[in-house]
Design a protein. Structure first.
Length: 544
């Protein structure tokens, strides 16, 4: 089934007024590529790490964010993880008011409103990351919050409210969790959950480490990640050990899942802090095996273990193979897929390494910001151990394997030094280009609206599984225009503690017709659509 929803671009701005149809009236605010519309949008979120000073590794990690359409009205809403005062990790005095996570509803007119209390999603724990997935296949996205301490699973009730079912579902845990990703590891149509855990923080070790300020992650014991299998009845089972994933020495930050081996089953990449990364290949749902060293994904180009933060996937070369970008505290890593399960870090020859070396990268994503068919890279930067700001960076894909730093061409925000952490990327105003939301540590969050991407053509695809999981996580989509084929996969998480637009975005440049769309669903069903118009949002339902 194919459902086509209207969308808007600069070609039809006069029609942007109906919130229920997904269209919105966007005010003119400048001529920059990315415009800071935080204040005019009504988003007033200020991240709180629970302290006035950055005194330990736990405070430095948060916080994430996610775009989701929680009420299924065609408009992307925003959920944000917040820190809070915690007796074990905070050094100051307990504040009078308790900070919480926040849910902002997209009103469809360029504005958002805070509905956290009404929706019942104001977790008061020390939150790190957010992952979104429809675990019960009822058509409404659920929210999983990674915390220092017990995690939270909010089940979407479909009426604008959520219910905390963490304990009953068996996914609360009590670790120092960072990233999390939804995946259907056994392709049974149910989303499972992989939770990446960080370190066993010991406040007694939190002495003054001049000049660094506090102990790093290697001073603490690691924690094992957890894979929860969806039982299909609202509960989950910890299958970490039986699936070959148990490792008590991990120090995970970000995690992502994608079929990188081509066997039809999702693999798992774990970005570890100050140690080798993990790359678990999925052996047809029967178990996992870590092949990170053999594949070239364990270390950077110099053979070093870096402070890996998050991971983003895309086919940035256009060869049909999915590549990885991993942000870190040095040169970052851009792993080009060589085929046959092998990867090569091309951060240096691509031009990214040296240009980003003076920054610490956290959230990062492949986005085609100008819709010219090439995947660019946006990096959210911020100092590692001090509340010192750094400028974000945007690297434009030249189409020949190299990237150019175009940050200072984008607008005033790229000259501001902020303590960036989480970030999510989506077309929040449904005009065809990718916008950016950024969580800054102990600072105001920022919403950047993209005002130039829809000068070129585009397509947004919303997948609805029937035989497969309803989110379509794990599906591979190919979009062919002329002699160009773009390939993408639907993921259930990734980035750094954050979740992007649930729809797949394709920049189409000057192409005015899409010759073919091909979807390979996790069920094995192959579905095709021919001669699709550009500049629209389409929903494709898996054939029965």
């Amino acid at each position: 089934m194919l459902l086509i929803y209207p969308a808007c671009s600069e070609r039809d701005v006069s029609d942007r007024s109906d919130a229920s149809s997904g269209l919105m009236q966007i005010p003119e605010e400048g001529v920059f590529n990315f415009v800071d519309v935080t204040r005019s949008s009504g988003i007033d979120f200020i991240h709180n790490m629970g302290d006035n000073h950055l005194t330990n590794v736990i405070e430095s990690v948060g916080g994430g964010c996610a775009f989701l359409d929680f009420n299924q009205n065609g408009l992307l809403d925003l959920y944000i993880a917040n820190g809070s005062f915690h007796s074990l990790i905070s050094s100051g005095e307990r504040p009078r008011t308790q900070s919480t996570n926040a849910l902002y509803e997209n009103l469809g007119n360029g504005r958002f409103r805070n509905i956290t209390q009404q929706a019942r999603v104001g977790d008061t724990g020390y939150s790190m990351g957010v992952s979104i997935g429809d675990f019960n296949n009822n058509g409404y996205p659920d929210i999983y919050v990674s915390n220092y301490g017990p995690n939270i699973l909010y089940r979407n009730n479909g009426d604008g409210t959520f219910t905390d079912i963490s304990v009953r579902a068996g996914v609360a845990g009590n670790q120092s969790s960072a990233g999390a990703v939804w995946l259907d590891f056994n392709n049974n149509g149910l989303l499972d959950l992989y939770v990446a855990n960080y370190v066993e923080f010991n406040p007694d070790l939190n002495l003054t480490y001049a000049p660094d300020g506090y102990p790093g992650p290697l001073n603490f014991k690691g924690q094992a990640d957890i894979l929860y299998r969806n039982n299909g009845d609202g509960t989950f089972t910890d299958v970490t050990q039986e699936m070959g994933l148990y490792n008590p020495d991990g120090r995970a930050m970000g995690v992502g899942s994608l079929d990188l081996t081509g066997n039809g089953y999702p693999d798992i990449f774990v970005a570890n802090d100050a140690m080798a990364n993990y790359f678990f290949i999925n052996e047809e749902g029967n178990g996992f095996r870590d092949v990170a060293i053999r594949s070239g994904l364990a270390f950077n180009r110099g053979g070093e273990a870096t402070a890996s933060m998050g991971v983003s996937f895309a086919d940035f070369t256009g060869d049909g193979l999915m590549d990885l970008f991993v942000s870190d505290d040095t040169y970052n890593s851009l792993y080009q897929n060589q085929g046959g399960g092998l990867f090569r870090d091309v951060a240096f020859p691509s031009g990214i390494a040296m240009a980003s070396a003076q920054h610490v990268g956290w959230a990062a994503a492949f986005i085609d910001y100008n819709n010219n068919t090439n995947k660019d890279i946006y990096i959210v930067n911020g100092e590692l151990k001090h509340l010192h700001g750094q400028e974000d960076q945007l690297f434009e894909n030249s189409g020949n394997g190299t990237f150019r730093d175009v940050s200072f061409e984008q607008g005033p925000y790229f000259s501001e030094a902020m303590v960036g952490r989480g970030g999510c990327f989506a077309d929040f105003d449904n005009d065809g280009d990718i916008d950016v939301f950024i969580v800054n540590l102990n600072q105001e969050a920022v919403l950047l609206r993209n005002d130039i991407g829809n000068n070129n053509n585009w397509l947004l695809i919303n997948l609805v599984g029937t035989q497969s999981n309803r989110d379509g996580v794990g599906a591979t989509v190919k979009v062919t225009t002329g002699n160009l084929t773009q390939t993408d996969q639907k993921t259930g998480g990734g980035q750094y503690l954050s979740k992007n637009d649930p729809r797949l975005h394709f920049g189409l440049g000057d192409f005015d017709i899409i010759d073919r769309i091909e979807i390979l669903w996790p069920s094995g069903i192959i579905q095709t659509l021919d001669n699709t118009e550009v500049n629209q949002i389409i929903t494709i339902q898996e054939q029965q």
